[in-house]
Design a protein around this ligand. Structure first.
Ligand code: MG
Length: 466
């Protein structure tokens, strides 16, 4: 088969049916067919934990193949370096500071939290529902477990998963490090839900990746005749680490590697379901992670590879994620070094699905469909690195200024950097060489950008402190 030709034809057909030439299709008497979307979201996986992103001892053949066949993004970010605000940013296309989903006091939601993603926020799922998409959330939610905040309340037809992190609802007397690094299922009384019903408690985490995968495959098969959006948010590799019996002691990288290799197997099953149901010409699958590796857990945490820092912090390792866009039919293959963020997914999906964004709110995402289709460039020039409700760093083009620094989880207080630390991320992605002295004009420009950004913020009720 001539792959290049197939890609060209498929890309042309998407452009004519979904984006620019809808009239041609309508004139031919056919309904415009918009793409299906699948987001596979890992939890706490580092930039360096995928073979295609350089890991020497974790085998990820499915992710590597996915990257080779389509697009590997090397400058793709999340909205925040911890779970709850990162997920809020992904699903709403808005910075968590605008939705009340970030806080210094409690960095994420907990089982005793009373807040969640406000009802007035519009998720990717609710947006796509307007065009008749079938929608499912499978996996970890972490945007509020009370009825008004659940996936079903936010545009998802179907939900199967855990409502918050897998290390919560901890029972027993052992200390936290002990229970999380030598875990047993019964230490974590986390419920497994199907829609609003608890079907298992504690969730059997050894089989959770496998069961999420089975649910995902079933959803794809059941909805192959209509457009769908699947948000598959794995609980792993967030500690405590669990994997199915067949993945025990499989990886040279130890238990963390076993867990990633099971996730990679899961990716393979999802892609197989897409291909076997002949949906690969019209489905976009995105793989990324909610934040960087949890380095507090040493060997049981992941690796940010060439990047410094990890989960919880605003160095690159906390927020730049190993990201792959796959669709043999639609996406122009290559390595993408332009900037993108998870907040760009909502505007991009809406563009491809012909959904008009409401104009009553500020979106922080851009439509990056021209980059994935190979027809243009990313409009994104700036990334804000929020730690909770404060901007700690700003990237403009190649340069990143750290205005405030603080270790990810240490006892130290934030340190205001004056002048800010400045790194050229194209030349120095590891943030080792401060070039502030040589580029005062860049620092001035970044300060102005930040000032203008802050003027767009309005106070909102804090959901994490309720
Ligand atoms: Mg996380």
């Amino acid at each position: 088969m001539n792959t290049l030709k197939t890609r060209t034809i498929a890309l042309g057909s998407l452009l004519s049916v979904g984006i620019s030439g809808q009239q041609d299709v309508q004139a031919a008497g056919k309904e415009p067919k918009t793409p299906n979307f699948i987001i596979i979201f890992a939890d706490d996986m580092g930039y360096g934990d995928v073979g295609a992103f350089g890991h020497p001892t974790i085998k990820t053949p499915n992710l590597d193949k996915m990257a080779y066949e389509s697009q590997r993004w090397t400058n793709f970010y999340v909205a925040a370096p911890v779970c709850t605000p990162s997920r809020a940013g992904l699903l709403t296309g808005r910075l968590p500071v605008r939705t009340g989903m970030s806080s210094e006091k409690r960095r994420v939601l907990f089982p005793d939290s009373k807040g969640g993603l406000p009802e007035k926020e519009i998720t990717i799922a609710s947006s796509l529902k307007q065009k008749g998409y079938a929608t499912a959330c499978i996996g970890k939610w972490h945007l509020g477990h009370l009825p008004q905040y659940t996936p079903n309340a936010h545009g998802f037809d179907y939900y199967f998963g855990i409502p918050y992190s897998n290390d919560m609802d901890r029972v027993g007397t052992e200390n936290y490090m002990e229970t999380t690094t030598k875990p047993k299922i019964e230490y974590f009384n986390v419920p497994l839900m199907r829609n609003s019903e608890i079907i298992e408690r504690p969730a059997d985490q050894t089989t959770i990746t496998r069961r999420y995968t089975q649910e995902a495959v079933k959803f794809i098969e059941q909805n192959k005749k209509k457009p769908f959006f699947l948000y598959l948010a794995h609980s792993m590799p967030h500690i405590p680490l669990f994997r199915s019996p067949e993945f025990v002691n499989r990886s040279l990288r130890g238990i963390y590697g076993d867990v990633i290799e099971e996730l990679d197997w899961s990716v393979g099953e999802v892609l197989k379901a897409v291909i076997n149901n002949k949906l690969d010409k019209n489905t976009i699958v995105i793989f990324t992670s909610d934040n960087g590796p949890w380095t507090t857990f040493h060997e049981q945490g992941g690796s940010a590879g060439i990047l410094s820092g990890g989960k919880g912090g605003t160095y690159e390792g906390g927020m730049r994620e190993p990201t792959i866009f796959w669709s043999p039919g639609l996406i122009k293959p290559g390595v993408i070094m332009e900037m993108g963020t998870t907040m760009d997914l909502l505007p991009t999906f809406c563009k491809l699905a012909n959904v008009t964004l409401p104009n009553d709110r500020i979106y922080d995402g851009y439509d990056i469909s021209p980059v994935i289709l190979g027809t243009g460039h990313s409009l994104r020039e700036v990334v804000y690195y929020y730690r909770d409700t404060e901007v700690f760093a700003v990237r403009k083009g190649a340069y990143k200024a750290h205005l405030i620094t603080q270790s990810e989880y240490g006892p130290d207080k934030p340190v205001v950097q004056d002048p800010p630390l400045l790194y050229n991320l194209n030349v120095d992605p590891s943030e080792k060489f401060n070039v502030a002295k040589d580029h005062p004009e860049v620092i001035e420009e970044i300060k102005k950008i930040l000032e203008a950004h802050k003027a767009t913020l309005t106070p909102v009720e804090n959901q994490l402190e309720k």
